[in-house]
Design a protein around this ligand. Sequence first.
Ligand code: AOF
Ligand code: ZN
Length: 399
Amino acid sequence: MKHVEFMARALELARYGAGHTSPNPMVGAVIVKHNRIIGEGYHPRFGQKHAEVMAIEQAHEAVEGAEMYCNLEPCSHTIPGKKTPPCTERLVREKIRKLYLSTLDPNPYVNGNGVAAIRAAGIEVETGLLAQEALELNEAYFKFIQTRLPFVNLKMALTLDGRIAAAGGDSRWISDEAARERVHRLRHEYDAVLIGANTLRIDNPRLTVRPLDQPIPAARQPWRIILAGNGDLPLHSEVFRDQFREKTLVFTAARNDNHRPAVPGNADVRVIPLKSNAGGRPDILAALKYSGEMGISSVLVEGGSRIFTEFISRGLFDKITAFIAPLILGRGIEAVGDLGIERMSGAIRLQRSEIETINDQVLLRGYRNIKETFGSLTESVACLQESSKSWAELALSNR
Ligand code: AOF
Ligand code: ZN
């Protein structure tokens, strides 16, 4: 097997933790001796064992002198509240010979210290292997750990002419069942799902993750964030009444006039007043900061039009995931309203966009600004282009 294949396996293992590790990253590790895998591990959920340690413990041969492939720099710190001992110490103690990594860990407590500690102990380290894949896998972690703001993904289901609903307001259904199944999977990987009050009023969505293969416990349901407008909220909505209502969070605008819009009085539902924007609605940056402080590391924004427009015009999103169906509505609800752009040269172009097809629909996704999402790791994206050649050579030599 080749270097890239071992790392690809580490990434595959890391994904087993999807939906369970937040706000920690998904990490996978593979131990190799004489070009064969002798141990595998991953970080199964927040608070539990790290990938490297699981791989060592599950190895069916002595790991001394072996190579390890891991998508993230090993942790090297001990701080109050940290759940596990530093992986660096374990790797040194077990006499791993060489460590292949995808990227550094931008956690300020680690960020290069892990590699330094490993090298100081005489273990060889190479970074950059499948770095881009590794960055995308942990996009939410990388954004959150560096900014304390959640990673924001605008998820939209669109007609070919860019509508998210018919003129009458209904949107069931623009995308087919297979696409909607993908949305459920996506929700499972996010800490929160966010919608505006209009969408709540019109769609009355549950915003839960329905069983994919097994029932998902309340603790693993995403937070449901409702951004109130300046009117009353529909208090009969599912999100205020169902069994997961303690995971509903309402952001309202703190108002100083006498009008008090109706909000849920139900003690299970948290209602948080925030500073308001010019339109008398809660400020979305304040909403993101508050969410980040609560430990919400990722938010899937599901509409509607006004919400999308605000996140886009303020540059407060990281990614767009659009499901485009071969439907034409003509007049209808536009996905995004006025952004004040007059010329093509002013259009917002997503970076690293990619497409996939789901039956007769296109799934298009891309980032707003790689630098802002990945911060200090942006350089590893850039190096990657250069290093890919040497990695390819390395891969050949290792056949
Ligand atoms: C690793 N391997 O599998 C993961 C790492 O509280 P703890 O002990 O779980 O440590 C959490 C931090 O460790 C987390 O913020 C991130 O920096 C790193 N995650 N590191 O070596 C792993 N999940
Ligand atoms: Zn660790």
